[in-house]
Ligand binder design. Structure first.
Ligand code: NAD
Ligand code: DAU
Length: 343
């Protein structure tokens, strides 16, 4: 059996940790070096089940650190990259964009340059459907939809995604790009819509709904996303982009009401607040390419998986109580204090 030496970046975050936990529970032909800076969003508690696994090594560090990245390629003979690392939250990018361009753009180019030097065999760039911008009431994002990012976050992701594809075209670096829709599931940092609403409901705090609450997102369970990433990593055609989505469009207010209902809480907690600047109206993904070419399909049903996600937050209070007691308070104040007053 040949072992694949893979650099997984951002593996202590929501999707990356679910990926590592999932993949190491089923494969012993992957050796994973997880390079993560442990920003506010990175949490080693997410990786407890794999920390002693012989096929796993954690390195604390920045993907934008050229020397460190070079050293890791050499030291671990890395031949594959899956780049999850990013600043990932749109609202934070609106509060201040610099770190988004540093990590998401410069960081990705540092990885691409190292991948080129060390003749990497596959480089999977985890992008997002937000690079396509916003849809009207109808239509779906396909891989041919022109890029039209609207937030500092999505513009930094679009730049990274373009840089990755340019390395394929210019140097023949075997790059594949994935563009997935909104993920939900265990271990998601409570700045994002679903965990924020679950935790605020449990704490009897107001639920801040931006604008009219009718913006639409297309939801996918994190394991379905990660199974798609695994398939793209194994079989995706280099130079190609694959959209990933589970065709589960929901208005924000519908999700919030569903959470309240499941938790047995009343709708008086809902408060409509000032909208997110530049708020994209609707995302919806056409994932027929990955279905037809790689045989992927989502296996989790939304009603069951959202129920399991809510149960996970109910059963893992320690996990999120530690998070919301720290830096999170400052962020929460900066993001929401005026919104609640200015409605
Ligand atoms: P997250 O914020 O939960 O985790 C990001 C991780 O990256 C953290 O562990 C953080 O410490 C690490 N990181 C940040 N800057 C770093 C740096 N400079 N060097 C090394 N590590 C660094 O994000 P997530 O929701 O898990 O998203 C993971 C990836 O998936 C991102 O690239 C994001 O753009 C993309 N994505 C997310 C979604 C979603 O719904 N969450 C959907 C589509 C695509
Ligand atoms: O589509 C993929 C993207 O999904 C990823 O690339 C991003 O990393 C990820 O953060 C997510 O971006 P969104 O901006 O769609 O997710 P967020 O959870 O921040 O918001 C979802 C919707 O809920 C959006 O319309 C804004 C709204 N919202 C969000 C928060 C945090 C509110 O109404 N109130 C809130 O407090």
């Amino acid at each position: 059996m040949t072992t694949k030496n893979i650099l997984v970046t951002g593996g202590a975050g929501f999707i990356g940790s679910n990926f590592i936990n999932h993949i190491l529970s089923k494969r012993d032909d992957y050796f994973i070096v997880n390079l993560d800076k442990l920003t506010y969003a990175g949490n080693l508690e997410n990786l407890k089940t794999v920390e002693k696994n012989k096929n796993y090594k954690f390195i604390k560090g920045d993907i934008a650190n050229n020397e460190l990245v070079d050293y890791l390629f050499k030291r671990f003979n890395l031949k594959f990259v899956i780049n999850f690392a990013a600043e990932s939250h749109v609202d934070r990018s609106i509060l201040g964009s610099e770190i988004f361009y540093r990590t998401n753009v410069i960081g990705t180019t540092v990885l691409l340059e190292a991948a080129r030097r060390y003749q990497v065999e596959k480089f999977v760039q985890i992008s997002t459907d937000e690079v396509y911008g916003s849809l009207g009431p109808t239509g779906l994002f396909t891989e041919q939809t022109p890029l039209s990012p609207n937030s500092p976050y999505s513009s930094s992701k679009a730049s990274a995604d373009m840089a990755a594809l340019s390395f394929y075209h210019t140097y023949g670096l075997p790059v594949v790009v994935t563009r997935c829709s909104n993920n939900y599931g265990p271990l998601q940092f409570p700045e994002k819509l679903i965990p924020l609403m679950i935790i605020n409901s449990l704490n009897g705090k107001k639920l801040p709904v931006y604008g009219d609450g009718l913006n639409v997102r297309d939801w996918i369970y994190v394991i379905d996303h990660n199974k798609a990433v695994e398939l793209v990593f194994e079989n995706g055609k280099t130079g190609e982009v694959y959209n990933i989505g589970a065709s589960r469009e929901m208005k924000n207010i519908e999700i919030i009401k569903l959470i309240l209902k499941k938790l047995g809480k009343g709708e008086e907690l809902i408060e409509y607040v000032k909208d997110r600047p530049g708020h994209d109206r609707r995302y919806a993904i056409d994932s027929s390419k990955i279905k037809n070419e790689l045989g992927w399909k989502p296996s989790f049903n939304f009603e069951n998986a959202i129920g399991d996600t809510i149960d996970w937050y109910l059963q893992n209070k320690n996990w999120w109580e530690r998070i919301i007691s720290g830096e999170y308070q400052k962020y929460y104040y900066a993001q929401y204090s005026e919104r609640f007053n200015q409605n």
